[in-house]
Design a binder for this molecule. Structure first.
Ligand code: GLN
Length: 488
């Protein structure tokens, strides 16, 4: 296995033992980028310059006994939704082409303080709207496990980069599944924290009551490590929680004795659930049982409305958040307009892709006088019911388990013609966003064609430690996370 394919904590142990250096690790990643990037298109912007110098500096710090953290000098990737000072940040959209933020997102600042060595900004569905990365205004990303398939979305570039060794780990965002689903499609660990656990300052807004930044890594130990570095209160984000950050790595244990795990009744008979996914999931449940968990069934009756509720609320919030892209304040402006209205309209006409326009129209409609009560308000009420369902379930069990997605990675182009088909892909992930609870996808096996499948675990608010502990126990009992895609 090459250096670029190993987890960060293992590389740190090797560096401490004098077996490798940050410079060697960076070379290995750069090599892989050179070989794979033309085929994958995981990145929108590569920031290769300076990476070797950063690694040298990290090696000196380690030699002096003062490394900033295990990520010091390690090549990581950031979804192109995070503002990076002086580095182009497009959010996958033409309307932000050329935008160089004058500041760093809080999560970027926090990683920089720990020695971040940025490999680049990763591709994504425009404004994080999508489940395949095909809505990127630039070009789609391909899945390293099968180049004819999507890596999932919207954080598909981050997932492809980490799965292919073009970065050691990445940050993504998850509004309805955009961390967990691509991690499931590429056999990575993807954790969406509790809403409010990680600052959203400097993270370009899609649907503010659902958006959350999280980590995409090779294993649960790296997930615990990275989450610990980015979590915690930020006075610049009013929704950020004032709560201490536990030591997530210390929480990792190897069994699940006495833990109660709930299987969701409503998901078991889900019409889109592929038999291969159901089979792998039932093996996953056997593993959880063998680790000492007590498995029972829970019911979340409002789940049947989750897709409908999400696709009213997320576009409503988006239609308001995206109002700021008018050709005046950010990015390109369409020339030749006769007045302000025309300037706004033409800039948006050219700057936004079809899915973003669809969401703005849906959201504007749902919020308009006369329809607000029938759509937005009703969706908000059902969201409360779903939250109550989760609260009740978490009174009964410690964790909820289900597949991450109803089917493995699909072919490029397979769902682009039918937005509803694309929306159905999120059935198992978006409930956690609506309820604000943390959820993780861990490698759960492979389909008969050799495509990765994810096991999803959810926990109650701020129980990331519990979630990681269970995910780690599962990972320790299985070999799925060790398998890497064949890249030749
Ligand atoms: N696929 C969902 C959507 O299109 C979720 C995207 C996300 O989590 N950013 O809205």
């Amino acid at each position: 296995m090459e250096l670029c394919d190993r987890p960060i904590h293992a590389l740190f142990a090797q560096r401490l033992a004098g077996e490798t250096t940050a410079v060697e690790i960076v070379r290995s990643v750069l090599n892989r980028i050179g070989k794979m990037e033309p085929r994958l298109h995981a990145y929108i912007t590569l920031t290769r310059d300076g990476m070797l110098e950063n690694a040298e500096a990290a090696d000196r710090r380690l030699a002096d006994g003062v490394p900033l953290s295990p990520i010091d000098g390690m090549p990581l990737a950031l979804k192109d939704i995070f503002c990076t000072q002086g580095i182009e940040t497009t959010c996958g959209s033409r309307i932000l082409k050329g935008f160089r933020p004058p500041y760093d997102a809080t999560v970027v600042q926090r990683l920089k303080a720990k020695g971040l060595n940025l490999a680049g900004k990763t591709n994504m569905d425009e404004f994080a709207m999508g489940s395949s990365t095909e809505n990127s205004a630039y070009a789609p990303t391909r899945n390293p496990w099968d180049l004819s398939r999507v890596p999932g979305g919207s954080s598909g570039g981050s997932a492809a980069a980490v799965a292919a060794g073009e970065a050691l780990a990445a940050l993504g965002t998850d509004t309805g599944g955009s961390i967990r689903q691509p991690c499931g499609f590429t056999s990575l660990v993807g954790l969406k924290p509790t809403y409010g656990r990680v600052s959203r300052y400097g993270m370009i807004a899609f649907a503010s009551s659902l958006d959350q930044c999280g980590v995409m890594t090779r294993d649960t130990t790296d997930a615990a490590l990275l989450l610990g570095l980015i979590a915690g209160h930020d006075p610049r984000d009013a929704t950020s929680a004032v709560r201490p950050v536990p030591d997530y790595q210390a929480a990792l244990g190897k069994d699940l004795k006495g833990k109660r795990i709930g299987l969701v009744r409503e998901f078991q008979s889900w019409s889109g659930l592929q038999p291969a996914v159901a089979e792998a999931f039932s093996d996953n449940v056997d593993t959880l049982r063998a680790l000492g968990a007590e498995v029972e069934t829970v019911s979340l009756p409002s789940l049947e409305y989750a897709i409908a509720v999400y696709y009213i609320l997320a576009p409503s919030e988006a239609s308001s958040n995206l109002g700021r892209y008018d050709g005046v304040r950010f990015g390109p402006r369409t020339a030749g307009a006769k007045n302000m209205r025309q300037l706004f309209a033409r800039t948006r006409q050219e700057g936004f892709g079809p899915e973003v326009k669809r969401r703005i129209m849906l959201g504007t409609f749902a919020l308009s006088a006369g329809y607000y009560d029938a759509y937005y308000l009703r969706a908000m009420r059902i969201r409360e019911m779903l939250r109550a369902d989760f609260a009740k379930a978490f009174g009964q069990v410690d964790l909820i388990a289900c597949p991450t997605s109803p089917a493995p990675a699909f072919k490029l182009g397979e769902k682009t013609g039918d937005p509803l088909l694309m929306y159905m892909v999120d059935a198992f992930t978006l409930p956690a966003n609506l309820a604000g609870v943390p959820a993780v996808s861990v490698p759960g096996g492979f389909s008969p064609e050799g495509l990765p499948l994810g096991l999803q675990l959810m926990a109650t608010h701020f129980a990331e430690g519990e979630l990681l502990r269970a995910a780690h126990a599962f990972e320790s009992a299985t070999e799925h996370h060790r398998r890497r895609p064949e890249l030749d």
